[in-house]
Design a binder for this molecule. Structure first.
Ligand code: ZN
Length: 150
């Protein structure tokens, strides 16, 4: 399954390999510890709270609060054509933090720390490997997959 990421995995077995299948389905999937209930995103097989290795996948709502954000004026290599853009860190309602682009429904001037937001996965289905990124949108934004490129 990790071949979908365009890389060869030299790890013969991974307890979280189903994460790749969930990404393909456009799901925002974290994990929940079966021993203590601690949730993480991205999913972790071993609980950082109690060290148990018993976990289950747990689908996240994508709801959260804006933890911080920054405007990128000098884009790094590979992103020069995007011009200035804003990235944000979201504290997810179910636990964990996520780094994402600011989406079209939230103009940069409208955002403020701790405001409620919705994280939306964007999946590029025209590729055989997995390319997914997340955008931060206004609450209530429904999930949809990234449009196919022409
Ligand atoms: Zn635990």
């Amino acid at each position: 399954m990790f071949g979908w990421f365009g890389k060869v995995s030299f790890v013969p077995f991974s307890k979280v390999s189903a994460f790749a299948a969930h990404l393909k389905d456009g799901r925002l999937m974290g994990s929940r510890c079966k021993a203590c209930g601690f949730t993480t995103f991205p999913p972790r097989a071993d609980c950082p709270a109690c060290m148990s290795d018993a976990f289950e996948f747990h689908e996240y709502s994508g709801r959260g609060r804006l933890y911080t954000h920054t405007r990128i004026d000098a884009a790094p290599g590979g992103f020069e054509d995007l011009g200035a853009y804003t990235i944000a860190v979201v504290d997810l309602e179910e636990g964990g933090r996520l780094l994402a682009w600011l989406g079209d429904t939230l103009p940069p001037a409208s955002i403020s720390i701790d405001m409620p937001v919705q994280v939306v996965p964007r999946l590029f289905e025209e590729r055989s490997d997995i390319r997914v990124h997340y955008t931060v949108e206004k609450p209530g934004t429904t999930w949809h997959k990234a449009p196919q490129s022409a």
